[in-house]
Ligand binder design. Structure first.
Ligand SMILES: [Zn+2]
Length: 74
């Protein structure tokens, strides 16, 4: 019984790691986190500057919010 529980725990861990990895692939070249100074990117809609990790990337442009991503490039 313990073995089954262990398998479930391991399976879940692997799944969580894969999910995290796939999420990191969504962002453009998510640089190794050792970079202390973060890249600033400009929202393609309103032009506000924000850290790349907080920006939403979509087909070559960055956006500050999902709303602006929907509104698209200005
Ligand atoms: Zn914006």
């Amino acid at each position: 019984m313990i073995k089954i529980l262990l398998l479930i725990v391991i399976g879940f861990t692997v799944w969580a790691v894969i999910r995290a990895y796939q999420r990191s692939l969504d962002k453009p070249s998510a640089p190794a986190r050792e970079n202390t100074v973060e890249d600033m990117v400009k929202c393609a809609h309103c032009g506000v500057n924000l850290p790349r990790s907080e920006a939403i990337y979509s087909s070559g442009d960055f956006f500050c919010t999902p709303e602006h991503k929907q509104l698209g490039k200005k």
